[in-house]
Design a protein around this ligand. Structure first.
Ligand SMILES: NC(=O)c1ccc[n+]([C@@H]2O[C@H](COP(=O)([O-])OP(=O)(O)OC[C@H]3O[C@@H](n4cnc5c(N)ncnc54)[C@H](OP(=O)(O)O)[C@@H]3O)[C@@H](O)[C@H]2O)c1
Length: 242
């Protein structure tokens, strides 16, 4: 029987690459976003994930169509480039609704079905959830929270045979920054990782039931170095991001 993956934020960027990779591995793909993808998908559910009721319907529609969920990929997310002083509460709440609360709503709704398949939850987090960045504090906070959710929930889910893979993602060329909120968006650089390679690494990590992977990998060493020399990191990152 074909396995079913449900991917949030499917219309573009990493969601699109994940959809194509899982389809090429014979998964049936259900995907959620506000705009329709311009590529083939087995079930598209148009929804705004920040509305709690939509999360219930997304799981219901997926199970009605395919009868099961084997993998839930919480990928949809948005950035906010602003200082704490100038950012407004409306944007901060919007950010947390999508990057954190929607992940919890959707995962809780999917849980009974993931128990049946002894499935996997894959959360798309960020290097910004391991190392703070000035003028990205709210985004970092949402991803630090997501990391804590992944790690604590993984331990709770062990008795059910459900696995949690947390993805620590550095810059990847998707146009993510250009779609972020806030007034201090950085320019896109050509030096980011590739969405297709990211999807490949994610699939491999899912098969091997890894707890966490970093992509691009070198960010892991950068974060360790920054943690060893916090004063230098503060000074240099302030200079870069201001
Ligand atoms: N790209 C990077 O450099 C990078 C680095 C670190 C972490 N990440 C993380 O990777 C994930 C994916 O990023 P990406 O680069 O692929 O971003 P992206 O290209 O901007 O794609 C975001 C996806 O989320 C969907 N989305 C946004 N708001 C939504 C909402 N309210 N309801 C439903 N869907 C919504 C978007 O579709 P619609 O607009 O059609 O709804 C789109 O499909 C995010 O969690 C991000 O934090 C990315």
């Amino acid at each position: 029987m074909e396995k079913v993956v449900l991917i949030t934020g499917v219309s573009k960027g990493l969601g699109k690459a994940l959809s194509e990779k899982f389809r090429s591995e014979n998964f049936l793909v259900a995907g959620v976003s506000r705009s329709k993808p311009d590529f083939n998908i087995d079930l598209f559910i148009q929804a705004d994930l920040t509305q709690e009721d939509n999360c219930k319907n997304i799981i219901k529609e997926t199970v009605e169509k395919f009868g099961r969920i084997d993998v839930l990929i919480n990928n949809a997310g948005v950035g906010l480039y602003e200082s704490w002083e100038t950012s407004n509460m409306k944007d901060i709440r919007k950010l947390f609704e999508l990057n954190f609360f929607a992940v919890i709503y959707l995962t809780k709704e999917a849980l009974p079905f993931l128990k049946k398949t002894k499935g996997s939850i894959i959360n798309v987090s960020s290097v910004a959830g391991k190392l703070y960045v000035p003028y990205m504090g709210a985004y970092c906070s949402s991803k630090y929270a997501l990391n804590a959710f992944s790690d604590s929930f993984r331990a709770e889910l062990k008795p059910y045979g459900i696995h949690v893979l947390n993805l620590i993602v550095g810059r990847i060329n998707t146009g993510f920054s250009s779609r972020a909120m806030g007034s201090r968006k950085p320019p896109e650089t050509p030096f980011g990782g590739s969405p297709e390679k990211f999807a490949e690494k994610t699939y491999r990590a899912y098969i091997k039931r890894k707890r966490e992977i970093w992509y691009p990998y070198w960010y892991k060493y950068f974060v360790k170095l920054a943690q060893l020399f916090p004063e230098i990191y503060d000074r240099e990152s302030y200079k870069k991001w201001k």
